[in-house]
Design a protein around this ligand. Structure first.
Ligand SMILES: Cc1ncc(COP(=O)(O)O)c(C=O)c1O
Length: 298
């Protein structure tokens, strides 16, 4: 247990590294002049291990490099260096079981000026901790969503396909969802098409077909989402990336969400502009089991 300088207790053991150097969690700080802090000018990835090995790391690395390109952020590190950082953090963990790793890259220290040209090198931050136990009951019981009034950022504004540190859109949606008594928010785009939840992708099942909003709707191309699509296609399970409206949702047979840390979790209720209720269903269970087997999680 660590005490941060601002007197917040960290109830978890953390491994923290900044710019290739291990730093004690309580000393792991970055400059207030870093544009990551000033403007949310940063990118990140969250990876989990399976049997101690970072799962789908090449996919995460590719997405991170793509996020950097989209933000015109030049990364001075090789893939080997970035991989080495992740591995070093995992190896330093003293906990039993699997590891959660968050890799953050900030624009770096510069003048208080939006343009990044005055910034030094980007900073590379790795935070690792024991992978939280998945709340088992979620798989049995499912979770609840609220279609929020807060909409997902437009692709033409802050494209949700870029995994940046600017998550205020999602933070505000989550606050609204929690105020309305649900677990997570489900966000519409400006055309009234459903997009995704605050840290997960969204799926409905209708007449045996798994449907998820297409990337054109404005959402993060989740690594888990991509794997579910590939697994479904491989196993002959009908799968569509398409526009999904609240009307489609109202007539859905099953609803579920996906993400690196939570895996595949059924949804039992959606409120806010819709009123949908259902049980965790057989198609959700099948794609979840196929994914867990593929990922080596079972
Ligand atoms: C906005 C958003 N959508 C979807 C996801 C799921 O993506 P992945 O499967 O790569 O974890 C995340 C994960 O952090 C996210 O932040």
């Amino acid at each position: 247990m660590y005490t941060l300088s601002m007197n917040i207790k960290l109830e978890t053991d953390y491994v923290t590294r900044i710019n290739f150097t291990p730093v004690a969690p309580e000393d792991a700080t970055i400059s207030i002049f870093d544009h990551g802090f000033l403007f949310g000018d940063s990118i990140y990835e969250v990876v989990r291990t399976v049997n101690g090995v970072p799962f789908a790391w090449p996919e995460h690395l590719r997405r991170m490099r793509n996020s950097a390109v989209r933000l015109a952020m030049e990364l001075p590190w090789s893939d080997e260096q970035l991989t080495g950082e992740i591995e070093a953090a995992i190896e330093s963990g003293t906990w039993d079981g699997e590891t959660y790793v968050r890799l953050v890259i900030t624009r770096g220290v510069g003048r208080i000026d939006l343009m990044p040209r005055t910034c030094d090198d980007p900073a590379l931050i790795v935070i690792a901790k024991k992978l939280p136990e998945l709340r088992a009951h979620l798989h049995e019981v499912g979770l609840t969503l609220c279609v929020t009034d807060i909409r997902r950022n437009s692709r033409d504004a802050m494209d949700p396909g870029i995994k940046s540190g600017n998550y205020l859109n999602n933070v505000m949606a989550l606050i609204e969802a929690r105020e309305k008594g649900t677990d997570d928010a489900l966000m519409l785009n400006e055309k009234d098409h459903l997009t995704e939840c605050t840290t997960s992708n969204f799926f409905i099942v209708k007449d045996g077909v798994i449907k998820t909003p297409s990337l054109e709707s404005g959402l993060l191309a989740g690594i888990t989402r991509g794997m579910l699509r590939d697994i479904a296609v491989d196993r002959g399970m009908p799968f569509e990336e398409t526009e999904i409206t609240t009307t489609d949702l109202e007539s859905a047979d099953e609803v579920f969400i996906s993400g690196t840390i939570k895996g595949v979790v059924p949804v039992i209720k959606v409120i806010g502009q819709v009123n949908w209720e259902g049980d965790p269903g057989p198609v959700t269970a099948k794609i979840r089991d196929e994914y867990y087997t593929f990922a080596g999680l079972q």
